[in-house]
Design a protein. Sequence first.
Length: 322
Amino acid sequence: MPPITRRDFLAQSGSCAAHLALAASVMPKAARRLWARNAYGPVVAAEPFGNLEKVSDGVWALISTPLTGDRTTLSNGGIIVGRSAVLAIEGFNQPQGAVWLAGKARELTGRWPTHVALTHYHSDHANGVAGYLSDAQHPTVRATERTRALILERNRPADDSRAAALHDAVIMSPTDAGSLDLGGRTVRIMPRAGHTESDVSFELDDPSIVFCGDLFWNAMFPNFVDAIPTKLAASVRALRRTRDTVYVPGHGAIGRVSDYDRYVSMLDEVERAARKAHAAGITAADAGKDFHLPQTLGDWTMFSPVFFQRAFEAWYKELGAS
């Protein structure tokens, strides 16, 4: 894969796609392969762009491996099946990713997805949603109104069909929790915010599984480009359950409680450092340059120091910096 240029990166900077593309160009091959091998459950299908892992009966998670260089999906997603309906989570970076996941849903459940839902607007989660739709297949696409607007305004999908796939989307309320009955299995739809101004999580109670979107990045430092840090912290804490839970992140391997708590501690450390630097009058650029995560938090995939700077810039925006 050719390295992403600075021009390409800046052009895509409103999306996690640029964040991951840059990572793929600088990460050692051994590290890229290690992530691809780190499976939580049985792998029922594998491609260069990711592994489809069985999380529980009727629940699968697509764990993308974008650091290998294949950009078909980039983000994680999943399948949840009930007696009468099948939910596919995320639209991915390219329509081919959605076509692939839908085909796997049919292989595993006997049905093409009846519903598709998006966690937020970033192109690596949303630009391929048209792949679920065809003359023969018409699943209901669900997104918040703000997510749909941001996809059309900022992502500017490459062709009309990718934009048209969202025009008839069922709007999920950005403030009120809802649910989707798949037949003997109910998925709770929870409005959130923080990674962007409009995020959604999809949650099961039995078994306890949460599809977090990009509110959770497992062992990878998150993209703060659109972050509202105080809302991010609140949403991340609200997602945390008191019982044993499987957390499917937007990026990275499937996590358990210890992984999730480490992520919370990392966000807390960034907040502490940002508030201290802001109070001292240090610029976000200088604060990000000098910042290091403590060794007690373990290893994090850290692509470039600029991502620390982005985190500080997001905090400074909330704290009132010019």
